[in-house]
Write a protein that binds this ligand. Structure first.
Ligand code: ADP
Ligand code: MG
Length: 494
């Protein structure tokens, strides 16, 4: 339960306090000692007035907003052996107070009362929990000081039962991401922070995140795991702003042990959500909590993300999930078919693995369609029925070409090196083929201009735009060139 507070070394100790309930201390609020001090045994008048002036002085230093958020909820609970115990409503507040007000609190207090040499900050909720197990009827603390109970379960998006490590088929394209996810699921401390998983749609990012959550929940049930999409994060944040419930919002997020945010690309361009996310992120990392993030692009390729956030995202472990290979697709199909409990001819599985190359989601969908069809019409699954059922999907997959394939094909056609597709060389003998490849990438893939630019050695989107225009122009005026481009296009489209 206790959490090490980073930047330690000072006099404040933090942690849950399992025995506090037994002594029946009075509860003294910051600035409110007059009301409650009579009930206090261990807190002297002198200490109380000292506390009032410490808080008053700190209030001037930190300003009203910080006072309201952090100092006002503090309660003096006890004083013994030179150590003052203060309680705050939540874990997050405890950690924050320790990190931000520790040293100053001690300094100010020592000028008021030289006996004070340590401060211990505890969580009100922990004290209450300890009390409840000892004697359920007793209550400590004013209603005002009651803990804000984080409702984490409400926040956590539902987890898909099928998305476990067991059901994840591992192959070359995803073995690194899988190993990293597994490591986090099994580790009791933080092996790297954050884990940034990225890859195209339907390649298993969400599956791996759910798998981490399932694993932690069963293997280490006392660790709080929170998984949700970046979209949901934003939605919650906006709602908290509207309902003026930000402290509660922060607490909910910052009191988890493992926070997982899916599809972070969603908050690109959304400044205030990013700002909040950045702070949440930092608070958790500073407290040694685990963060896992997924995205469809690498941190550096995320457009509309603040530089400082990108550099934070980059500083943990970045694991990309590559496009599937034939072997992986076949493995996944075999595993899914087995789970469906239907026997499917190997020929059909191989055919699907060959033809549906886009992503695993589509592959799964194709398999489900084939199986559903056969059950519906009561016919065995064969290559013919498969082709029939999937004819639209198969056509769409036939047409897909990757930028890498285009670069390879164009480079070999013009007899230049593939590396020249990325190089800065401007000689026409390499610049022209490069422009052709950019042009074909624009024509044959759904990639945006900036995405294409990046695949060509990090060029600007205006360079790609220029290439497209140039090639269009040349095709009109140079029939030999036009034939070259046409030939390449036909070859690439297979
Ligand atoms: P992403 O979040 O990357 O878009 P998902 O995690 O939602 O993709 O995966 C899409 C579907 O493909 C899910 O049903 C998932 O279970 C399945 N899937 C992806 N990769 C694998 C894999 N390696 N083994 C088994 N199923 C997988
Ligand atoms: Mg996903």
């Amino acid at each position: 339960m206790a959490i090490a507070v980073t930047g330690g070394g000072g006099c404040i100790k933090t942690g849950s306090h399992g025995t506090a309930g037994r002594h029946g201390w009075g509860v003294v609020t910051a600035m409110g000692s007059k009301i409650e001090k009579a009930s206090s045994q261990s807190v002297s008048e002198e200490l109380l007035s000292g506390w009032d002036s410490v808080v008053n002085r700190l209030r001037v230093e930190v300003g009203e907003a910080a006072f309201q958020s952090w100092l006002k909820p503090m309660r003096i609970r006890n004083f013994s052996d030179g150590s003052v115990e203060i309680s705050v409503p939540t874990r997050f507040m405890r950690d924050w107070a320790a990190a931000h007000y520790r040293d100053r609190l001690i300094e100010l207090w020592q000028t008021e009362n030289s006996e004070v040499n340590a401060v211990e900050i505890v969580v009100q909720a922990d004290i209450e929990a300890a009390k409840e197990t000892e004697s359920p009827k007793e209550t400590v603390g004013s209603a005002e000081g009651a803990a804000i109970k984080p409702r984490r379960d409400e926040l956590c998006a539902p987890l898909d039962k099928r998305f476990t490590f067991d059901q994840f088929v591992v192959g070359k394209p995803n073995e690194f991401a899988y190993a990293a996810a597994r490591r986090i699921g099994e580790a009791s401390s933080v092996p790297f922070n954050p884990l940034f998983l990225y890859g195209g749609v339907g390649l298993g990012k969400t599956h791996l995140m759910h798998a981490i959550a399932w694993h932690v929940r069963t293997a280490q049930p006392d660790r709080a795991v929170l998984y949700l999409s970046a979209e949901k994060f934003m939605y919650r944040f906006i709602r908290a702003l509207r309902e003026q419930n930000i402290v509660n919002f922060k607490e909910q997020f910052r009191s988890v042990d493992v926070l997982m945010i899916d599809d972070v690309q969603f908050i690109a361009g959304k400044e205030s959500t990013q700002e909040e996310f950045f702070h949440t992120f930092n608070a958790l990392v500073d407290q040694g909590r685990q963060i896992v993030i997924s995205s469809d692009k690498s941190p550096s390729d995320l457009e509309g993300m603040e530089e400082r956030l990108v550099s934070r995202l980059n500083c943990g472990l970045v694991a990309d999930i590559h496009a599937t290979t034939y072997e992986l697709r076949l493995g996944i199909l075999q595993s899914k078919a087995q789970k469906l409990g239907v026997s499917i001819p190997t020929k059909v599985l191989e055919f699907l693995a060959h033809k549906i190359t886009s992503n695993v989601r589509e592959l799964e969908g194709a398999l489900n369609r084939v199986v559903a069809h056969s059950q519906l019409v009561g016919r065995d699954i064969s290559l013919e029925t498969t082709q029939e059922v999937l004819h639209d999907l198969l056509r769409a997959n036939d047409r897909r070409v990757t930028i890498e394939e285009i670069q390879k094909q164009v480079a070999s056609h013009f007899n230049i090196r593939i590396s020249d597709m990325h190089s800065a060389r401007r000689a026409r003998s390499v610049a022209r083929p490069r422009q052709v490849a950019m042009y074909l990438a624009k024509q044959l893939t759904s990639r945006s201009l900036p995405e294409i630019g990046r695949k060509f050695g990090g060029r600007d989107h205006t360079t790609v735009m220029h290439a497209v225009r140039k090639v269009d122009e040349l095709r009109e005026h140079d029939s030999g060139f036009n034939e070259d481009v046409e030939l390449l296009r036909r070859m690439l489209e297979g």
